[in-house]
Unconditional design. Structure first.
Length: 270
């Protein structure tokens, strides 16, 4: 699964902990932390190399050889925090929609693919070729993301209301892949529901145990607030399973986040 790749786990460690601790870690300490998640040292080094090439991390030697989060990535992680830990409630229908319309020349079809991928990642549904729709509250994220990626020259963003002619609740089922989104929510709940049930009864969770649960959990979860557009409740299927998954996430975040940070501090002395 994508979420269990070493590079994804490393992104979570930087995003959830190291940004609060100066943004840097020695490669030796990172190897120790990832070993607790069953990632061997060679896999860590290979993932670090990929993240370096992508501009996510930069080498920096302090008391030891290590890597810090690239300055440009702080904005990306801040945006992620707002999406992951912000409002988890569905949008309001009265808030309207944001529409993205683009036309990319065949000679630049790589940008077309990038736009489709990024709009899907932002939670947009596809109405027609080059026409995408999302709840209006995603306008800010869409604008900042497309600008940061250098794609804004290809896109027009509009805010709108739905006026006519079809039943909107029926139409959205063809614009978003509800079964795929629900399958990911179900996978998350199946994996971490029992963990939440067990740890929710504990008064004091060991920091190492918390870290070993929290990092994979957050890594799997952080994809979902992007793939789920947060549509208004009246447009969702009756069996929409996001609510149960969000409850599991919120419970585990409340129980595990703080001791996990303590564990990273202990290992790294940062």
């Amino acid at each position: 699964m994508e979420s269990s790749r070493p590079s994804s786990l490393i992104n979570t460690v930087y995003g959830a902990f190291l940004r609060r601790l100066g943004g840097w870690i020695s490669i030796a300490d990172l190897i120790v932390l990832l070993a607790e998640l069953d990632v061997d040292s060679q896999a860590v080094r290979s993932a670090i190399s990929r993240l370096k090439k992508r501009g996510v991390l930069e080498p920096e030697r302090r008391s030891a050889t290590g890597y810090r989060l690239s300055p440009a990535m702080h904005t990306v992680f801040d945006e992620g925090d707002r999406r992951i830990f912000g409002s988890l409630e569905p949008a309001e229908l009265r808030d309207g929609w944001v529409m993205a319309v683009f036309s990319v020349p065949e000679s630049e079809r790589a940008h077309r693919y990038q736009l489709r991928t990024r709009l899907t990642w932002l939670g947009f549904g596809n109405l027609a070729p080059g026409v995408w729709l999302a709840p209006g509250r995603l306008l800010k994220d869409a604008r900042s993301t497309l600008t940061r990626l250098g794609l804004s020259d290809y896109v027009h963003l509009f805010t709108s209301d739905y006026a006519a002619f079809s039943d909107l609740r029926t139409s959205v089922t063809s614009w978003w892949d509800f079964p795929a989104i629900q399958a990911q929510y179900a996978s998350f709940t199946d994996t971490y529901g029992p963990v939440a049930e067990r740890l929710g009864t504990k008064e004091d969770v060991d920091s190492g145990e918390a870290f070993r649960h929290y990092v994979p959990m957050l890594t799997q979860w952080r994809r979902l607030p992007y793939l789920d557009p947060g549509l208004p409740a009246e447009l969702l299927p009756q069996d929409w399973n996001a609510v149960a998954a969000r409850q599991v996430f919120q419970q585990l975040h409340a129980v595990l986040a703080s001791p996990s940070l303590d564990h990273v501090r202990k290992v790294t002395a940062l």
